[in-house]
Each structure stands twice: as structure tokens, then as C-alpha cells.
Design a protein around this ligand. Structure first.
Ligand code: ASP
Length: 223
């Protein structure tokens, strides 16, 4: 899952993950990612700047620290200490788009948020998951979404299944979406019904028009 997510993190055409991602409101690309394995190990980074592969730093946090999540300059310093190189994550395109948005906030792209979440089941029947994003385009400086939050953006329970999210992180976090889906699968929901129920719980709290998007994927232990 780390390798799979790295492909997308490297791709400047994907404007919402890794290099070439849309910036925050100050013109800075900030990255959120997390990873979980079949042994209930987890690692995450939030508000990470200037590192090409946040998912690899998340894995490093999981494997080489006693913590689950590092944020901001602490995550950056940890990465540098573990051999990651400083990398300018701002593509020309992202800078130009940000300048246009600064001129007029109506210049907001259609693809203004997205995430890659990858779930895997290996030949031994073990599950893993990884999740990475640059978050919402032009988000307030300091904003962190659901994607690095274990249980919200991603959750793996090797006895049950795995789930991951994309969409407006604020909504996903308030409902702890990925944990909920795995928990529903534990109670017998199939993956499709579990995802639908997680979406239903989010939208049922709104009476007016829903003006945001959320989506989930799920994978059950039996594949
Ligand atoms: N979940 C991401 C965030 O809120 C964005 C997305 O997946 O659309 O940062």
C-alpha cells in the first residue's frame, strides 16, 4: 500500500495528493497521510511540508518511533533525521492556481479536494491500508483533515476488514467514518451496506441541501 500510494504522491497531474497538490490559503502545500498494518500498528503525519512521500514518513513513524502521529515541524524534523530529503512540493501549476485564487476566490477548481486511499489483502490473508492527501484546496493555514486520523480517514482490523475515506474531512471526522465501517462489518454488514450506512449517518444530520461530498471504500477480511 505504501508503494501504491507513492505512485499517486509523485504524480503532478493529481492535484490533491503529494507533489503538485493544491496549496493552503497561504500558498503552501501541506500533506496528511496515515498507514496501518495487520498487527494493529499505525503511523501518521499531519501538516507535513516539503517532503515528497508523506506516506513513507507515516510508515517510518509506525516502524521507528513509539508514537502514532507526528505533525508539522516535528514530523518534518523526524523525516529529515530518518534520511528523507527536503523537496519543494509546489509545482508551477499549483503556484499559478493559488495566485489566481488570491485574485478572485471564485477561481476554485472543480477537483478542489480528493485523497488516495488504498486497501490491500495479501496472499496470507493479512490486511493493510494507506491514505494520503494534500487536503482541501486553499484550506485555512493549519487545517488538518480526516486523512491522517486513524479511524477517520483509514482503519484496519485484521480480523474484520479495512476501510478508507475521501471527501470533506470535517464531515468524516465527526462521524469517525472508517472505524464505523469496520465496526459495522464486524456486526455483519457487508462492505457495500457498511459504506452506505456511514454516508447515511453523515447526511442524516443535515436538513437542508447537502453541499459536500464524502465517499468510502471497504474491504472485508474474506476479500
Ligand atoms: N479527505 C480530504 C481532506 O479532508 C480531502 C478529500 O479526500 O477530498 O483533507
Amino acid at each position: 500500500v505504501e508503494q501504491g500510494v507513492k505512485e499517486t504522491e509523485s504524480d503532478p497531474q493529481v492535484r490533491t495528493v503529494g507533489f503538485g497538490g493544491y496549496t493552503d490559503n497561504k500558498g503552501i502545500v501541506t500533506l496528511d497521510a496515515c498507514i496501518m498494518d495487520h498487527k494493529n500498528n499505525a503511523g501518521a503525519v499531519a501538516y507535513l511540508k516539503n517532503i515528497k512521500h508523506p506516506i513513507s514518513v507515516a510508515r517510518k513513524v509506525m516502524e521507528s518511533s513509539k508514537h502514532v502521529m507526528l505533525a508539522g515541524s516535528g514530523a518534518y524534523n523526524f523525516a529529515i533525521k530518518h534520511g528523507f530529503k527536503k523537496h519543494n512540493m509546489l509545482s508551477k501549476q499549483s503556484k499559478n492556481d493559488w495566485l489566481k485564487w488570491k485574485e478572485d476566490s471564485k477561481n476554485i477548481p472543480d477537483d478542489n479536494h480528493d485523497t488516495i486511499t488504498q486497501l490491500a489483502l495479501d496472499i496470507n490473508g493479512n490486511l493493510a491500508g494507506a491514505c494520503s492527501t494534500s487536503g482541501l484546496a486553499y484550506k485555512l493555514k493549519g487545517r488538518v483533515g480526516d486523512s491522517p486520523i486513524i479511524g477517520s480517514g483509514l482503519f484496519v482490523d485484521n480480523n474484520v476488514g479495512a476501510a478508507g475515506a475521501t471527501g470533506i474531512g470535517e464531515e468524516i471526522m465527526k462521524n469517525v467514518g472508517s472505524f464505523l465501517i469496520v465496526e459495522l462489518m464486524k456486526q455483519g454488514y457487508n462492505p457495500d451496506k457498511a459504506c452506505r450506512e456511514a454516508v447515511r449517518r453523515i447526511i442524516q444530520k443535515y436538513t437542508g441541501e447537502i453541499k459536500f461530498q464524502v465517499a468510502f471504500i471497504a474491504l472485508r477480511k474474506d476479500g
